[in-house]
Design a protein around this ligand. Structure first.
Ligand SMILES: [Zn+2]
Length: 381
C-alpha cells in the first residue's frame, strides 16, 4: 500500500510546481489514511508502545499493594492439595472466582470445564478466565496454573503444596487485580481497545510422567478452544488467539533472587521493559533486599525453551514472555516447596515490578493525589 502510493505520486512531477505541491499533499494524506487503514487490528500489537510512568505515578500506583494482605487473603487459601478433580481444587477455584467477583473493576469471569483422559482415568478440569473489558479486542494476558502436582497415596500424610508451583504466581495475579482495582476500573471505562485478561490454568502438571498427553491439560484445551472461538463476536477470519497481544506466563516464583532470562527473541523487548522497571524501582528504593548486585531480569541472556502452559499458545503463533526463573527454585517438585521456604522480599518486589509493567503496557496513568503542601483551592460561600 505504501509503495503503490509513492509510485502514484511520482507521476505528477510533469505538472507545475504548485500542482505538484497540492497533489503531493493530497497524495500524502491519502497515503497516511491508507497506511493507517492498512494495519489490521491483529497487527497493532507489533507496534504497541508502552508508556513510562513518572516517579509520583509509580508511588501512587504501588501505594495499594500489600504483601501481608496478599499472604493472608490470597496465598494461604491456595496452599492446599489441589490436583485436578480434588476437593482442594474446587475450593481453590471458588477462592479465585470469589476474589475477582468482589472487586470494583467488574471482571467478567468465565470457566472452561472439560473432561480428559489421564493415567488415572477420566478426570475433570477447569480453567478460569477473567477479562477486564470483554468488548476490547486486544488483551494483555497474565497466566499461571492453579493445580498442584498429584502425588499418589504412598505419600499419604505428606502433602505437596506447590508454593512456588504455582500458588505464589496465582496469588500475585489476584493481588495485582486488588491493588490496581481503581486504576483498572478507570482503564476499563476509558474504552481503550486494549484490556487485561487473567488466565488460571488447571492441569499443568503431569499425573505420572511428563509427556505430550500427560501434561498441560488445561492450556492445550483452552488454546484449541480460543483458536476456534471467533473474536470479536461474529468475526469470520479472526479468533480469540488473535486478540492476545502478549501472553505473560508466571511460574515457579517465590524463591530468593530469581533470574529471568529471554526465551523468545520476538518478545525480548518486553523483558527489557521489565528490566527497566526493576532498575527504576531499585533507584527509587522501592525494592527490598535488592542490593546493586541483584538483578532479576536478564533480557540479553538467551535460554532454551521450557515446557509449560505457554507451549500450546506459542505453537499457534501467540507472542510469549515466560517468567520462570533459571535455575528453577531448589525446592521444585519436592515436599519442601512450602510456605516456610518462600522469600517474602522477592515476591513483594516482583508484585511491584509486574504491577508497574501492566499499567505501562495498558497506557494507564494512576491519578496522583494533589500535594498536601499545595494551598487548598479557594472556598466559596
Ligand atoms: Zn510443577
Amino acid at each position: 500500500m505504501w509503495r503503490a502510493a509513492m509510485a502514484e505520486r511520482s507521476r505528477y512531477f510533469s505538472f507545475s510546481f504548485s500542482s505538484v505541491r497540492v497533489l503531493s499533499a493530497v497524495a500524502a494524506c491519502v497515503t497516511l489514511i491508507h497506511f493507517s487503514d492498512a494495519i489490521p487490528w491483529t497487527q497493532e500489537k507489533l507496534q504497541h508502545r508502552a508508556i513510562t510512568l513518572t516517579q509520583d505515578e509509580i508511588r501512587t500506583a504501588l501505594s495499594h499493594t500489600d504483601l501481608d494482605t496478599m499472604w493472608q487473603s490470597y496465598l494461604r487459601p491456595l496452599l492446599i492439595t489441589r490436583y485436578p478433580g480434588s476437593e482442594g481444587s474446587r475450593t481453590v477455584q471458588e477462592h479465585i472466582k470469589t476474589t475477582l467477583g468482589s472487586l470494583g473493576a467488574g471482571w467478567e469471569v468465565t470457566e472452561d470445564k472439560f473432561m480428559s483422559q489421564t493415567p488415572y482415568g477420566s478426570r475433570p478440569f477447569t480453567n478460569i478466565i477473567a477479562t477486564l473489558n470483554p468488548s476490547a479486542k486486544r488483551r494483555l494476558v497474565l497466566a499461571c496454573h492453579h493445580d498442584s502436582k498429584y502425588y499418589p497415596p504412598q505419600w499419604h500424610g505428606v502433602e505437596f503444596l506447590g508454593a512456588t508451583d504455582s500458588a505464589v504466581p496465582c496469588a500475585m495475579m489476584l493481588e495485582l487485580a486488588r491493588a490496581l482495582d481503581e486504576e483498572l476500573k478507570n482503564q476499563k471505562s476509558s474504552s481503550s481497545k486494549l484490556t487485561l485478561q487473567l488466565i488460571f490454568f488447571d492441569g499443568e502438571e503431569a499425573f505420572f510422567h511428563w509427556s505430550p498427553i500427560d501434561s498441560l491439560y488445561g492450556s492445550r484445551h483452552l488454546a484449541h478452544k480460543m483458536e476456534h472461538t471467533p473474536h470479536p463476536a461474529g468475526a469470520t477470519d479472526t479468533n480469540q488467539l488473535h486478540g492476545i497481544d502478549l501472553f505473560v506466563l508466571l511460574d515457579l516464583i517465590g524463591a530468593a533472587e530469581p533470574r529471568f532470562g529471554s526465551y523468545f527473541p520476538n518478545t525480548k523487548a518486553w523483558l527489557s521493559k521489565l528490566q527497566n522497571i526493576e532498575i527504576r524501582l531499585h533507584l527509587m528504593n522501592q525494592l527490598e533486599n535488592h542490593p546493586d548486585r541483584v538483578q532479576y531480569f536478564w533480557p540479553e541472556h538467551s535460554l532454551g525453551r521450557v515446557e509449560d502452559d505457554h507451549i500450546p499458545f506459542l505453537k499457534k503463533g501467540v507472542r510469549v514472555v515466560h517468567l520462570i526463573p533459571s535455575p528453577f527454585p531448589s525446592v521444585w517438585h519436592t515436599f519442601d516447596d512450602n510456605e516456610q521456604n518462600l522469600d517474602r522480599s522477592s515476591i513483594q518486589n516482583l508484585n511491584k515490578i509486574v504491577q508497574v509493567f501492566v499499567l505501562e503496557y495498558l497506557n494507564t496513568r494512576p491519578a496522583v493525589p494533589a500535594d498536601p503542601s499545595d494551598p487548598p483551592p479557594p472556598s466559596h460561600p
